[in-house]
Design a protein. Structure first.
Length: 71
């Protein structure tokens, strides 16, 4: 029996038909990767937002401290 080296040609695999994978999917760059990238971008945006809020809070506290020192 011959063994197939091509994933889209299931000769000798005994599992029946296999889904034809696109080139991107064979390289693990399929549609799921777009979701991973979007999730990573969302996490990054959330982190940046939190960092900005934190810096603004410290700046506001510093300004409030400067105002009381001047009075």
């Amino acid at each position: 029996m011959t063994d197939s080296k091509n994933i889209n040609n299931p000769v000798g695999q005994g599992g029946g038909q296999r889904k034809k994978l696109s080139r991107a999917e064979r390289q693990n760059n399929g549609p799921h990767r777009n979701l991973d990238r979007r999730n990573a971008a969302d996490k990054t945006a959330e982190l940046v937002r939190k960092m900005r809020e934190k810096t603004h809070a410290t700046e506001d506290a510093a300004q409030a401290g400067d105002d009381t020192a001047q009075n």
